[in-house]
Structure formats: C-alpha cells, structure tokens
Design a binder for this molecule. Structure first.
Ligand SMILES: [Zn+2]
Length: 70
C-alpha cells in the first residue's frame, strides 16, 4: 500500500499544522554551529512529531517548509 499519495498522519490522525504537532528542525553540523553561535541557520530537514503519541510521522526537505522553520 503506497503511502506517497496519502497525507501523513500519526496514529491519532494528527497532521502537520495541528496544535499537538511540533515541527523539529534538523541541522547539518555547520547549521548546529550556527545555532550555538546564535546565528539563524536554515535547517536541512524538518520533522513533524505528535506530542500526544510522541511519533514522528512526517518530515520535509521542502525549501518553503524549511524557510518557515528557520
Ligand atoms: Zn499522535
């Protein structure tokens, strides 16, 4: 069953944008250095985690999504 065409959701049915879903930015090693130095760096990946079931159900490397979490 291909999941590619389904909007990703966790077991509770929460999707991106839900108030119980946190976006976690992942940075490259250089990006982490920027974070430590207090420089705003663009993440290389954003993961979406449900705070209710603590499951990462989706991730994105879409530049528009990354920009909104930079
Ligand atoms: Zn959930």
């Amino acid at each position: 069953m291909p999941a590619d065409h389904q909007p990703a959701a966790c077991g509770c049915g929460h999707r991106r944008g839900h108030h119980l879903v946190s976006a976690e930015a992942s940075y490259s090693p250089l990006g982490w250095l920027g974070v430590v130095l207090g420089i705003s760096m663009k993440p290389i990946k954003v993961r979406f985690r449900c705070r209710r079931c603590d499951v990462v159900f989706d991730e994105s490397t879409d530049p528009q999504v990354l920009d909104s979490h930079a």
